[in-house]
Design a protein around this ligand. Structure first.
Ligand code: NAG
Ligand code: NAG
Ligand code: NAG
Ligand code: NAG
Length: 362
């Protein structure tokens, strides 16, 4: 692993240079709906260069630890888990409606325990981020629903956070409609609970939903054309899950190293009704590469009852109550949900009113 060198990058880059214009020449005019944005070659190369930097940095700093690791939990923990941080990755195309609630979430928390990164669609004009979010915006590109740009944005956040701080050990993807439903300490202690280390190799797991028998899978598999995903991804390997995940650093590295699946997932969809690339790319990739180190459950509660147009239920102020927060924490796994979505912006005040007495009381 981790064998990237400047010379071995030449070939993928060349293939990319040659294949993108060809692809758009043959497929572009016929299938691209005018509303669907595509990823340009300069954007793609820009991302690749960021990923390469993050991969190179991670490899030089971490692989020596891994190779020289003594086969005991204690030595592993002292080398890689000294002061681990959680990287909070905010993926948004609007203001962060719940920033005051997040300010409370992070209040009293040492900066040695977390970092914040924001990816915001540059075409949407929003006022500069303030408070704990000030100067946290990373170089961002356009994002659009039903397009692979949401995968790119998440990978950009992962790579930027990996490069920025080698202490970032977990990476939590959050949207502007997400709220915390436990305190920071509860979440932090849960993730880094030594009891959660696997007994065989002392590794932590990622929290990502991975489902293999949803009825919509065949349509979504063929959204780019029948069997277009072959041979990289067979239908049996194709998975779906919530786009909101909490990944270990090892899995974040796997995600930014991937070229093979991305080659297919970046293709535009013919069928926009079945096009949710970000709900498939991450679960499929991790399920193919390291399923035993994935919980298969998300930590972000979402309510799909009566979903409209691919959007889950959005909670409004009238529905908010301490009981709702307690219900949202319930999950089908052995642990609680840590975040919930989606909430309308006007939920902010009622949520602030129950922040100390309910949300952060655990
Ligand atoms: C990682 O490697 C870079 C380049 O060698 C170095 O500047 C940086 O301090 C290293 N970080 C850690 C935590 O070792
Ligand atoms: C932060 O600390 C203050 C004072 O100790 C406390 O009243 C408050 O509840 C804490 N806030 C959170 C979110 O933990
Ligand atoms: C989920 O949303 C439906 C309406 O779409 C609502 O009736 C139900 O109470 C919600 N469930 C929870 C746990 O909030
Ligand atoms: C648990 O799983 C069942 C069956 O799939 C589902 O109906 C229910 O909504 C799930 N509950 C939660 C809290 O996710």
């Amino acid at each position: 692993m981790a064998s990237w060198t400047p010379s071995s990058a030449v070939i993928p880059t060349l293939i990319l240079l040659l294949s993108l214009p060809l692809l758009f020449f043959f497929l572009g005019p016929k299938i691209l709906s005018p509303r669907q944005i595509t990823i340009s070659l300069p954007e793609e190369l820009d991302d690749l260069s960021l990923f390469h930097k993050a991969i190179a940095m991670d490899t030089s700093n971490f692989s020596t630890h891994r190779r020289h690791r003594l086969p005991s939990a204690k030595s592993h923990l002292t080398t890689t888990l000294r002061r681990p941080k959680i990287a909070f990755l905010f993926l948004t195309n609007s203001q962060l409606h719940f920033s005051p609630l997040w300010e409370l979430f992070f209040s009293n928390v040492s900066l040695k325990q977390y970092n914040i990164y924001i990816h915001a669609d540059p075409l949407v004009k929003i006022p500069p981020f303030q408070g704990i979010f000030k100067n946290k915006l990373i170089p961002s590109k356009r994002t659009q629903r039903s397009s692979p740009t949401l995968i790119s944005a998440a990978r950009r956040l992962l790579a930027t956070a990996m490069l920025d701080d080698p202490s970032n050990a977990y990476f939590a993807l959050i949207s502007q409609h997400c709220i915390p439903i436990h305190s920071f300490n509860y979440f932090y202690n849960f993730l880094f609970d030594l009891g959660r280390l696997s007994a065989t190799d002392f590794e932590f797991s990622s929290y990502i939903e991975i489902l293999d028998s949803e009825p919509t899978l065949p349509d979504r598999y063929n959204a780019r054309g029948k069997n277009v995903m072959l041979p990289e991804v067979s239908f049996d390997e194709f998975r779906v899950g919530s786009q909101f995940f909490v990944l270990t650093r090892k899995h974040a590295l796997m995600v930014i190293k991937d070229r093979k699946l991305w080659r297919k997932f970046k293709l535009p969809c013919l069928n926009l009704d079945s096009c949710y690339p970000e709900e498939h790319y991450f679960p499929t990739l991790l399920s193919m590469q390291d399923p035993s180190k994935c919980s298969h459950y998300t930590l972000t509660s979402v309510n799909w009852t009566d979903s409209v147009n691919g959007h889950p239920h959005t909670y409004h102020p009238a529905e908010l109550s301490p009981q709702l927060i307690h219900r949202l924490r319930e999950s089908n796994s052995s642990y609680s949900h840590m975040f919930a979505r989606k909430f309308s912006p006007d939920c902010l005040n009622p949520l602030m009113d129950m922040a100390d007495s309910v949300i952060f009381k655990d």
